[in-house]
Every structure is written in C-alpha cells, then in structure tokens.
Design a protein around this ligand. Structure first.
Ligand code: TGC
Ligand code: FAD
Length: 406
C-alpha cells in the first residue's frame, strides 16, 4: 500500500493506463441516441482520467475518495433521471442506466454512492417530499454539495424490512426518533439521511434526518472485504428531535422505500453489467498477450470457451437492460421485471469476474487488474437491494401468484 501518495501523485503515476474498450458484440450502441452516446463518452473519459488512476489505491486503503464528489456531480451522476427544474439531469432512464454502467465499470463502490444519492435520497424527496423539501435539498444533492444516505435495513431486519423496530413518536411540535439502522452506504459522511421508521399508527414513513441533530450518530463499519472504496456505517437514533417539516408527506407504508428500490435496483442491473464488461475486456486483452506453451493463451480452446460464454452472457444482459430502460421510460416496468434484471445481471457479472480472474492466472489476484476488486465488490451487490434469493422469490410470486414470504 502507498499510504503517502497524494491524489496528484496517483494521477501522475496512473493516468493513461486504463485501456477499457466497451464490448458491443451485437451493435447495441445503435439502439442508443446520439445524446446518450455523448453523455456516456464524456462520463467514460472523466472516469478514465479521474477515477481509474486512484480507485485501486482507495480500495486498498478502504477509504471513500471524497475528492471525487464534485466531479461526479458535474458529470451528472447524482439524480440524472430527475427533473432539471430542481437542478437535476432531466434525462431518461436509459441515460441513467448508462451512467451507472460507466461508474460500476470502474468500481461498484463509486456506483453505490451515486445510486444511493440519486435513487434512494433524491428520488424519495422528489417523489414523496413537499415542494419546500424538493427546493431545499435537491439542487444541493445534485451537485454533491450535500450528500445523503438511505436507512431501511436494521440489525434484525434485512430481507424483511417490514418488521423494522425504529420508531418515531409525535411530541406535538416535533417527532422523537429512536432505533438503529445498519449497513448504510454513505452513512459515515452523509449530511442527511432518509430514514424509514414506524409512527404512532404503526405505519412506515420517511423522515429526513440531518447531521448535527442531537442524538444522531453514524459509526463507520470497518473490516469489509467488499466495496472497500465505499463508506458503510450505522445510523443510531437516541431520542433525536426531528422537526415536523422533515417528514416526507406523500407516502406511507413499505411501498415508500420499495418504490425507491425499484429505481436503484434498475440502476444496479446496468451497473453490474458494467463490471462484467470491464472484466471481459481485461481478460480478453490479457489472453491475447499472455503466452504459454509458445502461443497466446487466447488460442487454447478452454480459454476461448470462457471468453465466448462471457460475451454471450454480456450481450444477453445488454439487451435485457436496454429493453428494461424502454419500459422504465414508458412507466411500464414492473418490480418483478426489475428483479429479474438485477438478479440476472449481478449473477452473470459475478461469474464473469470469477472466470476472468482465472484467465489472468496469478496476475488475476493482484491490484494490477480489476478482477479481484470487481469480484469482491459484487458479493455486496448480490446481497444488497434485495438478495439473489429474494429477487427469485419476487419473480416466483409474480409468475405463479403464490407468495413464498408468508
Ligand atoms: P409486501 O406485503 O409484499 O408489500 C408491502 C407493500 O409494498 C408494496 N410493494 C412495492 N411497492 C413498490 N415497489 C415494489 N417493488 C414493491 N414491493 C412491494 C406492496 O404492494 C405493498 O403495498 P400495500 O399498499 O399493499 O401496503 O411486503 P413484504 O413485507 O412481504 O416484503 C416483500 C419483499 C420481501 C419483497 C420486500 O420487503 C423486499 O424487497 N425485501 C428486500 C429488502 C431490500 O431490498 N432491502 C434493501 C435495503 S436498501 C439497500 O440495500 C441499499 S444498497 C445501496 C447501494 O449501496 O447501492
Ligand atoms: P438476511 O435478510 O438475514 O438474509 C440472510 C440470508 O437468508 C440471505 O441469503 C437471504 O437471501 C436469505 N433469506 C432471507 N429471507 C428469506 C426467505 N424468505 N426465503 C429464502 N431465503 C431467505 N441497506 C440500507 O437500508 N441502506 C443501504 O445503503 C445499504 N447499503 C448496504 C451496503 C452494503 C455493503 C451491504 C452489504 C448491505 C447494505 N444494505 C443497505 C443492507 C442490504 O440491503 C441487506 O444486507 C440485504 O437486504 C440483506 O439483508 P441481511 O444482510 O439482513 O440478510
């Protein structure tokens, strides 16, 4: 590890080393508009110039690269799908997906930060907040001047968030919040938290909790082997007085947080595909260069099988998310269609990271190549926003009409 290296030193040492070329075996680029391709190109260039040179260093240190926040805001990574009148991108869902794909191509932890900000903090404020809340928070969240986190999961309630025990009481001129959330992305540095809690009527509502409110703390979770460049923490509420105007007025029940998750899970289905594309691209380049037994290893049938199967799965996943983007933009995508895409694309990405790592032999376990980092990151991605099994059961319920959760 090079703890003494500054960002400038990392940029000087590593700029230009990222040789990523996005695989597009079926000409799926033709399905994107010129504007979507332009936005993608500028994001890709910025990521190559600014994230790629530093990401391995921050992952090794297990630190979030805070200096990237301003630039992420500038490339439109925070809330690109929300209206421009609130300072957001005003783009369509396909463009949002493409941006998540570019970010996660580089690192799932950076995409996580953007997903949480755009889909789990800005989206609920936009969708369920008052006009005052939208105007107060959205423009600053879009630039990264304010950062947010989303508190749904609790120590004893992960897959079953409906069982949550975090509660608020109505104290007349304010709410009093008690409880704890765990595994919260961005928590250690977030300025605000969108927190889901049960009220006096036992219904789940969203509250905007601000850093600095007495009794609110965000201890960091250490020792992760996955998503090391993303900051994860707890949210602890010990008699926190939350002003009444911080309640999201326009939703009640579990459908509030689950509606936000539809948007975030959609972004993950594109993002995980990006990680898969990066692993394939690295493995293909390596296989063509690396020689054993007097020839490139790309010439061996066993390696060709791996690479051919990878590009087949990537192509299928690209078509899946492209179509899902169309459905999202038409307002027709169902939660179970989103579950199918999230589940499939994370699974193929994990398999491709594992197979790609093998193609690199010993080099595959080093930080010289992205495989091991992607593979470890994807273990979180396959777990958060609904586990692999939970998404199967959501899909199973939709096609059979039988609810396996009860
Ligand atoms: P159930 O009784 O089925 O539903 C309760 C109410 O919610 C409605 N609903 C939805 N609404 C919108 N979108 C969806 N996807 C919805 N799914 C359900 C449903 O219609 C009902 O509405 P109403 O009006 O009748 O009250 O709920 P359940 O308690 O049986 O649970 C269902 C289950 C298991 C599918 C759900 O709870 C679930 O998805 N569990 C997984 C939990 C999860 O995904 N947690 C994610 C935490 S956030 C996170 O991980 C962020 S990581 C971010 C990063 O770093 O990138
Ligand atoms: P559990 O729910 O305890 O599940 C354990 C196992 O049991 C899983 O394999 C699961 O599939 C299985 N299982 C559970 N129920 C069933 C069932 N009915 N049938 C079959 N199998 C079942 N949460 C937030 O709210 N905000 C965040 O920002 C956030 N960020 C995260 C970041 C990271 C790095 C991680 C790892 C998690 C994050 N989470 C966040 C939490 C995440 O959403 C949960 O970890 C996830 O929903 C699973 O909950 P759990 O870990 O409690 O597992």
């Amino acid at each position: 590890m090079h703890q003494a290296q500054t960002v400038d030193e990392l940029l000087a040492a590593n700029r230009g080393k990222d040789r990523y070329q996005a695989p597009d075996y079926y000409g799926i680029d033709d399905l994107l508009s010129e504007e979507q391709k332009l936005i993608r190109q500028s994001a890709r260039e910025w990521i190559k110039q600014n994230i790629s040179p530093v990401i391995e260093h921050y992952a090794q240190l297990s630190e979030f690269p805070h200096h990237l926040i301003k630039g992420l805001g500038e490339i439109g990574a925070f809330g690109p799908q929300l209206p421009a009148e609130y300072g957001c991108g005003g783009m369509d869902y396909t463009t949002y997906g493409v941006l998540m794909m570019e970010l996660e191509r580089c690192d799932s932890g950076i995409r996580s930060t953007a997903s949480v900000q755009g889909s789990l903090v800005m989206y609920p404020i936009y969708k369920f907040g008052s006009e005052e809340q939208r105007k107060k928070y959205l423009p600053k969240l879009a630039t990264g001047e304010l950062m947010g986190c989303f508190g749904l999961t609790e120590p004893d309630h992960g897959s079953n968030p409906g069982g949550m025990t975090t509660r608020y009481e109505d104290k007349g001129d304010h709410y009093l919040l008690n409880g704890a959330k765990m595994w919260i992305s961005n928590a250690p540095f977030a300025d605000i938290a969108v927190v889901w809690a049960k009220g006096p009527d036992d219904k789940i509502r969203g509250l905007i909790v601000e850093r600095g409110m007495e009794g609110f703390s965000t201890p960091e979770t250490h020792g992760k082997w996955s998503l090391r460049a993303s900051a994860t923490g707890e949210l602890v509420f010990d008699n926190v007085r939350v002003p009444k105007e911080n309640l999201l007025p326009n939703v009640e029940g579990l459908k509030g947080p689950l509606t936000c998750l539809n948007s975030a899970r959609y972004g993950i289905s594109w993002g995980a595909l990006g990680a898969a594309m990066d692993c394939y691209d690295s493995a293909l380049r390596y296989a063509k260069q690396r020689e054993q037994f007097g020839r490139p290893i790309a010439g061996f049938q066993l390696q060709q099988k791996k690479l051919a199967e990878m590009i087949t799965e990537i192509t299928k996943a690209q078509l899946l998310v492209w179509r899902l983007g169309q459905l999202m933009d038409a307002g027709k995508a169902t939660p179970s269609q989103i579950s199918m895409a999230k589940r499939n694309n994370v699974e193929i990405a994990l398999n491709i990271a594992r197979e790609g790592r093998q193609i690199l032999g010993g080099m595959g376990i080093t930080g010289e190549y992205p495989m091991m980092r992607h593979m470890a990151n994807l273990e979180s991605v396959v777990t958060y926003e609904g586990t692999h099994d939970i998404h199967l059961l959501i899909l199973g319920m939709d096609i059979t009409g039988e609810n396996a959760f009860v």
